[in-house]
Design a protein around this ligand. Structure first.
Ligand SMILES: [Zn+2]
Length: 227
């Protein structure tokens, strides 16, 4: 996946990258952030190549990956919102690292409990002793794994919302945010039925908030700030 991103070749790559870098430098400057690298990609995830961007924390220098479609199709406002949101992830890097440590710790705990419980139950069976204790620990481990999953999803959603709050300062009318979300709607309309129980439960397993939730949260923040 990384390789194909690096190999992305288009006519006018340099001009496009230069234009993107100007926007990124402007927003970084206003926020007092170090200017991350910018690379242009066809797509930031599976599915159709939409106007989108991604802040890459994997390895090497911090880089914002932005799709060619975003640069060619979005207005200045749309692009500003998209890039400011990614810079919001960059500004949140320390928090992201802490979050990752917590998730690794909980996941390890779940693994130790499950393995320990399984071994204890198996050994107890072998020695004809009661294996209830081992099974109990195994179940606690499974529950911990469930908690880990819910935490990972909740932290992912929180990270998105925090990046939106950061981007808000650069898109105070939400014109850019609306434009970006509308452009996604063409590829993949969002289910907009009311929050039924099923929808609430499935929300718990989403790593990304619904677009409508994101817009509502930004609107609420704006009206708080304007009061
Ligand atoms: Zn994001």
């Amino acid at each position: 996946m990384d390789v194909s991103r690096d190999r992305y070749v288009i006519d006018g790559y340099d001009e496009l990258q230069k234009a993107a870098r100007i926007h990124v430098s402007r927003i970084s400057g206003e926020e007092g952030l170090q200017v991350p690298g910018v690379s242009i990609v066809r797509s930031v995830g599976p599915g159709p190549a939409r106007a989108d961007a991604y802040f890459a924390t994997r390895k090497g220098p911090p880089t914002i990956e932005v799709t060619e479609r975003a640069l060619r199709e979005l207005s200045l406002e749309g692009l500003t919102f998209l890039l400011a949101h990614e810079l919001g992830h960059f500004a949140d890097a320390a928090r992201f690292a802490r979050r990752t440590r917590v998730l690794v710790a909980v996941f390890s705990l779940a693994g130790v409990l499950m393995l320990g419980g399984f071994l204890a139950a198996a050994l107890a069976g072998y020695f004809n002793a009661s294996s209830y204790g081992g099974f109990a620990v195994l179940v606690i481990g499974l529950v911990t794994l469930g908690v880990w999953l819910l935490m990972a999803c909740a932290m992912g959603r929180e990270g998105e919302m925090r990046a939106d709050m950061f981007a808000l300062r650069h898109d105070p009318e939400l014109t850019g945010a609306r434009e970006v979300f509308d452009s996604w709607e063409v590829d993949k309309p969002e289910a907009t039925e009311p929050m039924t129980l099923t929808r609430r439960v499935s929300f718990l397993f989403r790593t990304r908030p619904y677009r409508s939730t994101r817009l509502r949260a930004m609107q609420a923040a704006l009206s708080r700030n304007n009061r």
